[in-house]
Design a protein around this ligand. Structure first.
Ligand code: HEM
Length: 147
């Protein structure tokens, strides 16, 4: 029952993460950038990512299969690498949103330049691509070794 609860929570959080990433992409493609909404959304994205780690680590250590199952599981380490890469890439949009929020406080008319928008969009698209690979790695990890 504990394993089921953690698995359900893990899925809900992971879907939440994907939804927030998609919403950031949509906001970034709007004709006028709503900087305050982006900052709030990005905070939610960060908090959800931390919760995914907490629940994920709980599953690894106290889930039905135990640490020994994951320790020598290459798909698990692939998944962790992809998660770390997404986390590192997401720093760039976060820093950009905070800078834009500061500029918007000083000048309510502020809008990022086309180059700034393109840079953040590239990061968000890269995160999306890596998240898709991560879900594939998750399915492989749960069924390792693949036969
Ligand atoms: C955005 C990040 C993540 C996504 C999209 C994700 C996705 C998934 C999915 C879809 C599953 C179900 C796999 C299946 O049963 O077919 C799963 C299972 C699992 N995830 Fe994650 N996960 C993420 C992050 C993490 C992290 C950071 C950890 C650990 C530190 C973790 C640990 C686990 C564990 C232990 C399972 C159970 C696998 C099993 O049944 O053996 N996940 N994850």
């Amino acid at each position: 029952m504990h394993d089921f609860g953690m698995a359900a929570l893990h899925h809900v959080l992971v879907f939440g993460l994907a939804i927030m990433l998609a919403m950031e992409l949509a906001l970034m493609r709007a004709p006028v950038i709503d900087v305050r909404r982006l900052v709030r959304l990005d905070a939610g994205y960060g908090i959800t990512a931390v919760l995914v780690i907490v629940v994920g680590v709980t599953r690894v250590l106290w889930g039905a299969k135990g640490w020994a199952f994951y320790r020598d599981n290459p798909a698990f380490w692939t998944k962790m690498g992809l998660f770390a890469a997404i986390g590192l890439i997401s720093i760039l949009p976060t820093v950009a949103f905070m800078r834009w929020a500061k500029a918007a406080r000083a000048n309510p008319e502020f809008q990022p330049t086309a180059a700034q928008r393109a840079g953040v969009l590239r990061c968000l698209l890269l995160e999306t691509g890596l998240l898709i690979l991560l879900v594939v790695a998750a399915a492989a990890m749960a069924r390792w070794p693949l036969v």
